[in-house]
Design a protein around this ligand. Structure first.
Ligand code: SF4
Ligand code: SF4
Length: 149
C-alpha cells in the first residue's frame, strides 16, 4: 500500500541500544508503552493496538534507540503479535537488596559520568539514598535518627 515518505507508522526499538531509561513511557500520550517489574527483570512492553504513531518516543529517546517506520498494517488473528517486549536485567540496591534499576542503565550512566564521580552511590536505590542522607544530617546535628520522627 502506498504511503508518502513522511508518513508516520509504527516506531521500532533497537533492543541493543535501549538502556531501559523509561523516557519513552513517560512521554507516550496513548499509554502504548509500559514498564512491567518482575523479581529480577524489567520488561518494557509496547502494545501496537494502542499506539497513535505520534513518534514522541522517537524524538525523546536519549540513546536514539527508536526509529520511525512507515509500517501501519497489523491485522492479525493472534493477539500476541501486537506486543513487543524488551527485557532488561536489573540491579539490586546494595543496601536493602530491592530491585530498582536496569543494569544497562547503570553501565551506560557510568560510561557517561566523569571519573571523579562517586560510582558507589549508583547502585543505591532512591529510598536508601534518602535514608542515608537523613542519617548523615542527624549525626552532624548530634541527634539520633529515630528522634527525628
Ligand atoms: S527512551 Fe529509548 S533507551 Fe529509554 S527505555 Fe525507551 S527505547 Fe529504551
Ligand atoms: S508513537 Fe506515540 S503513541 Fe506510539 S508508542 Fe511512541 S509515543 Fe506512544
Amino acid at each position: 500500500m502506498f504511503v508518502t515518505e513522511e508518513f508516520r507508522g509504527r516506531p521500532l526499538v533497537d533492543p541493543e541500544k535501549c538502556v531501559g531509561c523509561g523516557s519513552c513511557i513517560l512521554v507516550c500520550p496513548a499509554g502504548a508503552r509500559r514498564l512491567i517489574q518482575e523479581e529480577d527483570r524489567y520488561i518494557l512492553r509496547y502494545f501496537i493496538g494502542q499506539c497513535i504513531f505520534c513518534w514522541r518516543c522517537v524524538e525523546i529517546c536519549p540513546e536514539k534507540a527508536i526509529s520511525g517506520t512507515t509500517e501501519f498494517f497489523f491485522a492479525t488473528d493472534n493477539w500476541e503479535d501486537l506486543f513487543i517486549d524488551i527485557k532488561h536485567k536489573t540491579v539490586k540496591c546494595s543496601y536493602c537488596g530491592k530491585t530498582f534499576v536496569p543494569q544497562k542503565l547503570i553501565i551506560n550512566t557510568k560510561n557517561k559520568l566523569p571519573s571523579e564521580f562517586d560510582f558507589d552511590r549508583l547502585d543505591i536505590c532512591p529510598d536508601c539514598k534518602k535514608n542515608i542522607g537523613a542519617l548523615k544530617i542527624s549525626i552532624s546535628r548530634g541527634i539520633a535518627y529515630e528522634d527525628r520522627k
